[in-house]
Write a protein that binds this ligand. Structure first.
Ligand code: FES
Ligand code: FES
Length: 154
């Protein structure tokens, strides 16, 4: 199988896999990065989001061979080297924004992307940015409060 070099969370990782393997599978199965979740597998729920060069992107339908030099950040890569949570992660904890927690990886990634471009989003902007992320538990109100809290601490 061919080898692919991937820039992930500040490190270079090499994986041997088929070229059409979805990035999500490589992250979870080969590299043990289980922050990104498998939800729909169809790029429709947002559970598998990662940051690709800072942009929140679903990873379930992107082939590993298409990544190239793109810098990948997963949920595990948001905390600093001492384990201190990113402000968005901390805000989700503070606001108790999880029920089952399955959507949270994608919600956090979408929020990090949003705040990097718009540090003080209003509620409409938050809803717009998170519109591709589905939460079946219905914790949207707390999630929006968490994003607002993060915006005030970043
Ligand atoms: S698992 Fe990728 S968008 Fe649903
Ligand atoms: S907290 Fe369960 S899917 Fe959102």
């Amino acid at each position: 199988m061919p080898a692919f070099n991937l820039h992930i969370n500040g490190s270079l990782k090499t994986v041997d896999t088929e070229p059409d393997t979805p990035l999500l599978y490589v992250l979870r199965d080969d590299l043990g990065l289980n922050g990104p979740k498998f939800g729909c597998g169809l790029s429709q729920c947002g559970a598998c989001m990662v940051l690709l060069d800072g942009r929140a992107t679903t990873s379930c339908m992107i082939s590993v061979s298409s990544i190239g030099e793109t810098k990948i950040t997963t949920l595990e890569g948001l905390a600093d080297s001492n384990g201190k949570l990113h402000a968005v992660q901390d805000a989700f904890v503070q606001e108790q924004a999880a029920q089952c927690g399955y959507c949270l990886n994608g919600m956090v990634m979408a929020a990090v992307d949003l705040l990097s471009k718009n540090p003080q989003p209003d509620e409409a902007a938050i809803k717009e940015a998170l519109r591709f992320n589905l939460c079946r538990c219905g914790t949207h109100t707390r999630i929006i409060k968490a994003v607002k809290r993060a915006a005030n601490t970043l």
